[in-house]
Design a protein around this ligand. Sequence first.
Ligand code: FNR
Length: 381
Amino acid sequence: DVYATGMLADQPPEYPVRYERLREAALEAMSDEAAAYVGGGAGGERTMDANRRSFADWRLLPRLLRDVSERDLHVDLLGRTLDVPFALAPVGIQTIVHEEGELATARAAHETDVPMCLSSVASQPMEAVAEELGETPKWFQLYWSSEPAIMESFVGRAEDAGFDAVVLTVDVPILGWRERDIERGYLPMLAGEGMANYFSDPAFRALLDVDPEENPELATQRFLDVFGNPALDWTDLEDLCAMTDLPVVVKGLLHPDDAERAVECGVDAVAVSNHGGRQVDTAVGALEALPGIVEQVMGRVPVTVDGGVRRGADVVTALALGADAVMVGRPYVYGLALGGQSGVEAVLENLRADLDLTLANVGRPSVAEVDESLVVRADRL
Ligand code: FNR
């Protein structure tokens, strides 16, 4: 279908198909502040690079003559059947790249049947985003506020709004050293963009003397005081698992011992991630951390990975190394920057088509048939 459409069209595709061109065009189209925020990472960006580079450590070893005429990309995860083994990673403050922000992303996710994880620091309230998503699988990413009432309120709202899981991000005890953001002298949140969930929250509003609508600067200052919680420890994770009936995913683990601890706390899935290289410069690449965690977890809970996934072959490599699903961050944000909903749709449709063709060409017509025999380390060839 992809090729037939391409050959019959008298116009090239509306959005760049190659990730490198998509990224370049989107960064160009954004404000300098947004480009620094989205495109950048922590410190010298060595972990951001490692996320990409580590995919090149592996090669796929295709098998042939295996009847791949029918393909099936679905996976079962967190109580839902996902149409594809990839989801939209939580990315905050999306109105800084497109005025419709998370609402456009949610419409695209719904249209393409790709699960979406919504950030705590979204530019639109979670209830509005959930409505756009409809029946599409949806997860709510939680930053655990230093004010317990806000955290509890967020979890309750996510349950009421019909989210399927809570994804607790634990790799931001405090914000990383992000040089591009510091040089711009600008934290996008200061412009009031990423606080829709907070400004609309009764527990947050109860902390303020004046409504955020009346004095957004003051409310923003309060938000910065309470949004994170560097005092969190494993007992808090246990409490969260006990507090909600929703599945709990812990996002941002890199060490197998932390994964063990998380499973003991009762989490329903582990998300291997280094936050897209935005927290610790020179931390291990996400794909490098994956095999150790998969080995430790031994199938007791599903494992996802995100960081540097750009193409179908990347998805296949991560699945072959034991991930149950992957998440994708920057690529869809670049699509959003270039064309709102239709830009995100193009990115997601291309990734699905690429994955579908790649699975056929490596002789694994379904995701269920992908296993470690499909990959070899490039340095062992
Ligand atoms: C993020 N990420 C992120 N993660 C999270 O748990 N909550 C958040 O609010 C954000 N915000 C955010 C903003 C931006 C601009 C980026 C690029 C990333 C991290 C995200 O969920 C994911 O871990 C990475 O983006 C995955 O890496 P790639 O696909 O961007 O390489």
